[in-house]
Design a protein around this ligand. Sequence first.
Ligand SMILES: [Zn+2]
Length: 293
Amino acid sequence: MPLYGAIEAGGTKFLCAVGSGPHALSAEARIPTTTPSETLGRCIEFFRAQAPIAALGVGSFGPLELRRGASNYGHITATPKAGWSHTDIVGPLRAALGVPVAFDTDVNAAVLGEARWGAARQLETAVYITIGTGIGGGALLGGELAHGLVHPEMGHLLLPREPDDLEFAGVCPFHGGRCWEGLASGPAIERRVGQRAETLPAGHPAWDLEARYIASGLTSLVLILSPERVILGGGVMQPALFPPVRQYLSRSLAGYVQADALLHGMNDYVVPPGLGAQAGIVGALALAERAAR
Ligand SMILES: [Zn+2]
């Protein structure tokens, strides 16, 4: 079996791996995100020390330039991450390693990995949403990852306010309390209740509000993209949140969309990642596999 390389490029660490599938990762490295040249240099050193790879996949924090014809294709564009704006990611990796390099958002990589080996196997249209420090979404539509003008930015969907949450200012630097990330990311929960989401006890009213906002964003995504399954990951998505999210989603769709999955199969429709915390790195491996074809 051919070996592929994978990089999950995050704001705090770059995770590198070599393998042929989720159960066959032969080597992994965690490289702290420092300067671009140091971080990419250490990634290149890692891959040079491994057996030859057929292709490399990179799932990255964004925003990214993904249009093939653009002069800055393969770059991170204007990011709030200090020192990383307008960084060429694909160029140095391809030059140093001499293999095809596939490049996409971390969340598009995750939905592809879930479709290849995880909770969306056999499906051609699925959505992956991560709810943590921010909110982001990736979409596989008819077997292709969604790109366009740039790439989807689902975390910044504008949402109606819940009636018991009218005073909250929100945390999105661009939209305050008007968008999904501003209202329902981990930092939004923390700002609202003065306590980190991870330490909030089950049964705290903040979880019910959180479930309503998650379901509110999902309602729009279900109506616009018609995904066959919705995968929810990220640090905020604890198991106890799934049942109320499914209930509120059913309630807001109100039986309008005539699909068995929505009317009778909600437990299998809104699900955690089948690849767990490995969705990102394994998704990057799936990107590499596609690039090698
Ligand atoms: Zn926003």
